[in-house]
Design a protein around this ligand. Structure first.
Ligand SMILES: [Zn+2]
Length: 286
């Protein structure tokens, strides 16, 4: 296996090596592109031997180390990311970004709880640089796995009866799991519930739907409209391939981030894209 150095390189340049994105579409393309770079880098690790040096250019101003200045860096992230607390999904690395680029909130299950929403509200109201809000789930999420296991074995809920903080998180996810179970069983037939692949397929379908629902909730609670200069998107970081995935109509691979659903029809469309995706189909067959 290769040796890989991921290097944050601070180099004073005018204009900066990586100017900040000017709008939501550019911010989304930058994150999608950054993730493709990260995923490709780790794919090369598996395939080849030798040494890779991967450089992420960073502006000295962003760490307050520019020459001839003692000024505190201006807070200027271009995207806010609500990610899971899971240590295997490091947000800046996943998107090939450095300090002062992302406003990151991490909480188990990447849900729109009060503190997460309050933090986002602060960012939206105070940071002019912000162009995009991202909800990032990840495959194999322990929070959604726990919700699926409670759904499949309701007796396990008793262990949570005296733990309100955990119960609150789980209750919201159970609705997502129930909806995904209905969709999977309606598509693949009720016999699916007896198969080995059902639990994994249900976990992974729930992870995508949960991220989409979080993105929708954030969009609605922050009052971000269709033509707003700020967009809300979501995706799932796949631990297996290191790529971000969001199954959707019109995209064969579902690579990259997707716009948050706008209404019920958007969720129905997502449900259809999910069950038609190769990833969920292969889990069902496994
Ligand atoms: Zn997680």
């Amino acid at each position: 296996m290769k040796i890989v150095d991921v290097i944050y390189r601070y180099e004073a340049q005018e204009p900066p090596a990586r100017p900040l994105p000017g709008n939501s579409d550019a911010a989304r393309s930058r994150l999608d592109g950054g993730n493709r770079v990260f995923a490709a880098l780790l794919e090369r690790v598996q395939d080849e031997s030798g040494h890779i040096e991967h450089v992420i250019p960073v502006e000295p101003h962003d760490l307050g180390i520019a020459a001839n200045t003692t000024v505190t860096p201006k807070h200027r992230p271009f995207a806010a990311v609500v990610g899971c607390a899971d240590a295997r999904a490091p947000v800046e690395l996943v998107f090939n970004e450095g300090p002062n680029n992302l406003f990151v909130i991490r909480v188990a299950g990447n849900g729109p709880g009060t503190d997460a929403l309050g933090s986002l509200k602060y960012a939206v109201e105070h940071l002019d640089s912000l162009k995009l809000i991202v909800v990032l789930g990840h495959s194999g999420c322990g929070a959604l796995t726990a919700a699926v296991d409670v759904f499949l074995n309701p007796g396990e809920y008793l262990a949570l009866a005296t733990k309100p903080s955990l119960r609150t998180m789980l209750d919201r996810m159970l609705l997502v799991v129930q909806t995904c179970a209905n969709k999977l069983l309606a598509t693949f037939g009720p016999q699916l519930a007896q198969t080995k692949g059902y639990r994994r397929a249900l976990i992974e379908a729930s992870i995508v739907t949960n991220a989409a629902l979080s993105a929708y909730s954030i969009q609605e609670e922050l009052g971000i409209g269709e033509n707003a200069s700020l967009q809300v998107v979501y995706g799932v970081y796949l631990l297996e391939t290191h790529a971000v995935w969001s199954p959707r109509r019109g995209s064969k691979t579902g690579g990259g981030l997707a716009m948050a659903p706008k209404d019920l029809a958007g969720f129905v469309e997502l449900g259809n894209a999910l069950v038609e995706s190769e990833r969920i189909a292969s889990l069902v067959r496994s």
